[in-house]
Write a protein that binds this ligand. Sequence first.
Ligand SMILES: C[S@@+](CC[C@H](N)C(=O)[O-])C[C@H]1O[C@@H](n2cnc3c(N)ncnc32)[C@H](O)[C@@H]1O
Length: 263
Amino acid sequence: MEQDIISSGYDAVYGSTAKSPTLRRLWHKYAEGLDFPEEFSHISLTTLPELQRISAELRLSADETFVDLGCGMAGPALWVARETGAQLIGVDLSRVATEQASARAAELGLAEQAQFVVGSFTDTGLEANVAAGLMSEDAIQYAPDKRAAMVEAARILRRGGRFVFTVYELDPDRAAGLPILGADLVDDYRPLLADAGFRVETYEETPGWPEPMTTTYSALLDEKEALTEEMGEAAAGALIVELSLTLEHRPYRRRVLIVATRE
Ligand SMILES: C[S@@+](CC[C@H](N)C(=O)[O-])C[C@H]1O[C@@H](n2cnc3c(N)ncnc32)[C@H](O)[C@@H]1O
């Protein structure tokens, strides 16, 4: 039931994001960076150098399959698919996101290389050992049970495969009581990964953190009126509340890039 509420919230986000040129323009300028290819746009803080790093760390070859957990519209994952030639399976709770991701794969000429399924971090619906690599960008902090999410990731990733992801560590003092983020306050993913059968190779903070987030969110809050006009009151209102709450409460301790191998 709670997941239904979260997925309809994300359906609304994805339905309205496409309608707002202001959101897209500011996200591109401050979060993605001006060098990020716009046809692979996203709603995370993934930059082009970081995406190049993620792609390299996955060590995929063209005959392999990789999975993106919480793929959203799948811009970053489709970029990796194009770079490596590997087959992509994108998983997201939002049906609207997976539909947009499928449409985008077709537009980019990558339809044969990509499929998208509705599923959650703890129940992807995928077969065991289906993936040679796993990626995820700025999504797993929303998992209501992160330990179970790591166990599911280990189940679908074959031995020796790499799980490369960015995620926010939650600050237990600041995120407690906040909707969604307050549900499972993990401030260090390493013990969970180790318990689920991963060897952690890399665990690094995003350089310059939290500047990319605060700059992006502040720029958006300065354009409240344009966002409301373009997205409608309900969707813009929900976005504005989330941005303001994040800047005010600072629930994220750090944003980290993690590389872990399935043992
Ligand atoms: C900040 S967005 C990032 C999306 C995408 N990775 C990108 O770079 O644009 C977080 C994504 O996590 C998805 N999500 C949230 N909770 C989830 C869950 N329990 N299981 C699977 N996906 C979830 C949302 O639908 C959303 O698409």
